[in-house]
Design a protein around this ligand. Structure first.
Ligand code: SF4
Length: 349
């Protein structure tokens, strides 16, 4: 069973969080979570000079990396007035691959997109949560955001197929109660848009700390149902998309056949380098823990939102899986996860 696991390294990103401002108002925004403890949404909005210094440092830090890539994220990076200037700067510093995480709405404007690409932007991670407007905008809470994001993706895909510039275009989707039964439809929709990489992300308690528990409860899918949808649908659309990343889900959700699929990558804080390296320009949350092991202290990546249980210690994936969301456990207990681990034969006697 153990050798069925597919575990690959992600690209060595150096994510810089350069703003907490956004033109969407997403329920699961990680920035709002960070800003909540700092007081306000403007708290991550470093000056152009500070961002340029961080970009330069990122470049020199990865001097020896084979595959150097700059990743800019937020908030929404494209609404910074200096966005195009920052792309030009990163290119001038020496980054050949410049990736942004974006809602893509600004790229509905073809001129803006063309200018950003001309200056060196060549990797895009679009946040799109459904192929259905209502379901997407239930999360973004901005009417019209679905249409603009889809236009942005289409413009990008058209530009990519009509030019010699090598571009990477992917989509990130937060899997929740409302879209988990529609995975096949979304997969086909993305395939028709020309998407080659799709990241399915586990629902996390984002948004403002005072709202996040209630919001999580409203959107959390039942894990047994989610497992059924993932296993049935992945099987049917996986061949349409070159690469599918499964981010953070407890591994007992998946049937062995999913681990055998060559284009599926399991990613979590234990194998995804960008989690532990991500740098907010300013203080950042704790994503590492120090443990004592054989009389010496070791530092390991740690996701503070997740937990495991006594029976997890018997699980063949114990060392690689990060467990389930603490919020899920608080709301629904661990019954489902135990049923799934038993159903998929993961617990050693
Ligand atoms: S039983 Fe625990 S360790 Fe095993 S896959 Fe599930 S959550 Fe992860």
């Amino acid at each position: 069973m153990k050798d069925m696991k597919i575990l690959k390294e992600m690209d060595p990103h150096i994510p810089l969080i350069i703003t907490s401002l956004c033109n969407n108002n997403c329920l699961f925004c990680t920035c709002k979570l960070l800003c909540g403890s700092r007081g306000d949404l403007n708290s991550i909005n470093p000056s152009t000079e500070k961002v340029k210094i961080a970009i330069k440092n990122a470049f020199y830090k990865t001097r020896n990396a084979n595959d150097r890539i700059l990743k800019l994220t937020g908030g929404e990076v494209t609404i910074r007035p200096d966005f195009l200037d920052l792309i030009s700067f990163a290119k001038k510093v020496g980054f050949e691959r410049i990736r942004i995480m974006t809602n893509g709405r600004k790229f509905a404007d073809k001129k803006f997109l063309k200018e950003a690409i001309k200056r060196g932007l060549n990797c895009f991670d679009f946040a799109l949560h459904d192929s259905d407007r209502e379901s997407h905008e239930r999360i973004t809470r901005v009417p019209g955001s679905f249409r603009e994001t889809v236009s942005g993706i289409k413009n990008c895909a058209t530009f990519s197929s009509n030019s010699n510039i090598k571009m990477e275009i992917g989509v990130n989707t937060i899997i929740n109660k409302f879209n988990c039964s529609r995975l096949l439809k979304i997969g086909v929709f993305l395939h028709n848009l020309g998407i080659k990489r799709w990241a399915l992300m586990e629902l996390f308690p984002g948004g403002k700390p005072e709202d996040s528990f209630g919001t999580y409860r409203e959107f959390a899918p039942n894990l047994i149902e989610l497992s059924l949808y993932l296993n049935n649908h992945l099987d049917r659309f996986a061949h349409l998309i070159n690469q599918i990343d499964l981010h953070d889900f407890p591994w007992c959700l998946f049937e062995p056949k999913i681990f055998k699929m060559k284009n599926i990558i399991f990613a979590n804080i234990l194998n995804k380098r960008d989690y532990s390296q991500s740098k907010i320009i300013g203080p950042s949350p704790k994503t590492e823990v120090t443990k004592k092991s054989e009389n010496r202290k070791i530092t390991i990546p740690h996701n503070p939102e997740k937990t495991k249980f006594y029976f997890c210690e018997k699980c063949i994936y114990f060392g690689d899986c990060t467990g389930i969301m603490k919020y899920y456990f608080k709301l629904f207990g661990n019954k489902e996860i135990k049923i799934l681990a038993q159903k998929h034969n993961l617990l050693r006697q």
